[in-house]
Design a protein around this ligand. Structure first.
Ligand code: DON
Length: 304
């Protein structure tokens, strides 16, 4: 029997004592208001036993973690046609880089960098009658939790300062890979990224990725093949130009966000989420990465 609670308690202690907690993202001004000392970790195993330490129930902005959920919804709606508009290769570039987009004629390298997620947002805007409401309902349904919501202040804040995303969307439009108005697609994208969740809620939502597409209530949201594809993309692209480092240190598929959240999982075994808002220079949570490295090292559980 693995003592998950013991490991999480010790991770929380180590994190609290760490002096250098990284740097809060301030390019979205609303995110800069968060206290860098926050730390939370929550784990659910496949039998649905739960373990937690620190501020595991406090909500934060999940930001790029939402890209996995929008991709899941788009795959469910249009299936493999998604891959005509976005590739599945790691970019080796930061999440907001634009140069590859021009070199590769408007086809983003993968759905987890910003231009790729903007194409996915365009697919949802085309397919849904009320995109923001329906996407929120999709996420709430997976998590079985109606308290999950957008943080409208964060969405507005990003809209005011999201110049690179406006540039990306315009570039995509110039290559014919954006069917709707730039403003409409980005309004959806900024709301999607502003989803506010706790570590506990994140593990409830991502449980399905370790459980062959079935949520905690055993309802199917994704086929086994879709889960295979999404998990592969998380492993190879979930941490941008640090995806190799995350695989090397932690050894799990997962996804980070600039709000300081990370969710990761071992298929058929457990799903874990951490929150520590200070980021490393690559834009991933500094202590979140250290915490997950400690978790997989101490439990000797990773995909490898
Ligand atoms: O588009 C952006 O820049 C943000 N809404 C999301 C970026 C993000 O979370 C990158 N992840 N580490």
């Amino acid at each position: 029997m693995i003592d998950f609670q013991g490991v999480l308690t010790s991770i929380n202690e180590t994190a609290s004592n760490e002096k250098d907690k990284g740097k809060i993202a301030d390019y979205i001004p609303e995110l800069a208001k968060v206290d860098v000392d926050n730390f939370g970790i929550h784990l659910i195993d496949i039998q649905q036993n739960i373990f937690s330490a620190g501020k595991s129930d406090e909500k934060f902005s999940i930001q790029s973690i939402s890209k996995v959920l929008s991709l899941s919804m788009a795959l469910g709606l249009i299936g493999e046609k998604v891959w005509k508009r976005v590739d599945v290769e790691p970019s080796g570039d930061p999440f907001n880089h634009l140069s590859l987009l021009e070199l590769e004629n408007g086809i983003p390298r993968n759905p987890l960098i910003n231009p790729g997620a903007i194409v996915i947002a365009d697919i949802l805007v085309s397919r849904l009658e009320n995109p923001k409401e329906e996407f929120l309902a999709f996420v709430r349904n997976i998590a079985n939790d109606d308290t999950i919501d957008y943080d409208v202040d964060v969405a507005k804040s990003e809209k005011r300062t999201g110049f690179r995303n406006f540039a990306a969307a315009n570039l995509l439009k110039s290559y014919g890979n954006l069917n709707n108005d730039v403003d409409v697609v980005l309004d959806f994208y900024f709301h999607q990224c502003s989803l506010s969740m706790s570590c506990a809620q994140l593990t409830n939502t991502f449980y399905m990725f370790m459980n062959h597409g079935k949520c905690r209530r055993n309802n199917t949201f994704l086929t086994v093949t879709q889960v295979k594809r999404i998990n592969a993309i998380m492993l190879t692209c979930g941490f941008y130009d640090e995806a190799g480092e995350f695989a090397f240190e932690v050894g799990l598929p997962g996804k980070s966000g600039v709000g300081g959240g990370i969710v990761a999982f071992l298929p058929n075994k457990f799903c874990v989420a951490t929150w520590s808002p200070g980021l490393n220079p690559k834009g991933n949570s500094k202590l979140g990465m250290l915490a997950l490295e400690k978790l997989t090292t101490e439990t000797e559980l990773s995909i490898f």
